[in-house]
Design a protein around this ligand. Structure first.
Ligand SMILES: C[S@@+](CC[C@H](N)C(=O)[O-])C[C@H]1O[C@@H](n2cnc3c(N)ncnc32)[C@H](O)[C@@H]1O
Length: 186
């Protein structure tokens, strides 16, 4: 996948801005509620292999990885190289995190994941990128945990999830107006 296929124009513009680091941190305080919700659903599973799409500066992932209540075997972040560079090398090493650049998402095609996580990212990606996920990545994931919004995205995502997964739940998520929590499993 080419870099321009993976990132919408909005994201290509954003990642060029020098202030990007600051803007990626805004959601830190909201990650507590997100983590609680995630733990409620997945803490009884063991040796979890997690893929996070668009994890930003790694706040959500780091919270999970540092939480003794959850048993994680591998945590893979897929994001833009510039964004991934905000997660310190030490954190990546200490937590044994793997990273992949989003435009090289094909590298994950053969991987199987227990949970795919994505928070406020998918609705902002390109159709080409999402089609790639629907066809090649999501069918290899046992569970999905997504928080996102956007009218058109909601319609599309609901249809695709029901095609890929057996159990799909779409719940209100009041963090920001119009957000939904998508839970799916096979
Ligand atoms: C609004 S931020 C959300 C960050 C984080 N999940 C949070 O809630 O704070 C969107 C993130 O998606 C990433 N992103 C944009 N397009 C992407 C793509 N095609 N694949 C993976 N990540 C992408 C951006 O680099 C950014 O880190």
């Amino acid at each position: 996948m080419k870099i321009t296929d993976a990132y919408s124009k909005v994201w290509l513009d954003i990642i060029r801005q020098p202030t990007i680091k600051k803007s990626l941190y805004w959601a830190n305080s909201q990650n507590e509620g997100r983590t609680k919700e995630f733990l409620k659903r997945f803490k009884d599973l063991k040796n979890l292999k997690i893929l996070e799409l668009g994890g930003g500066a790694g706040n959500f992932g780091t919270r999970l990885l540092n939480n003794p209540e959850i048993n994680i075997k591998t945590y893979t972040f897929a994001d833009h190289q510039r964004t991934l560079s905000f997660i310190s090398d030490k954190t990546l090493k200490d937590l044994r995190v793997k990273t992949v650049r989003a435009h090289q998402i094909e590298k994950l095609r053969i991987n199987k994941f227990d949970v795919v996580v994505s928070i406020n990212c998918l609705s902002e990606t390109t159709t080409i990128f999402r089609e790639y996920l629907y066809k090649n990545i999501f069918p290899n994931c046992k569970n999905l945990f997504v928080i996102d919004g956007g009218k058109e995205f909601k319609e599309e995502f609901k249809i695709k999830l029901n095609e890929i997964f057996t159990n799909v739940q779409i719940l209100p998520w009041e963090e920001r107006p119009g957000r939904k929590l998508y839970i799916a499993s096979n």
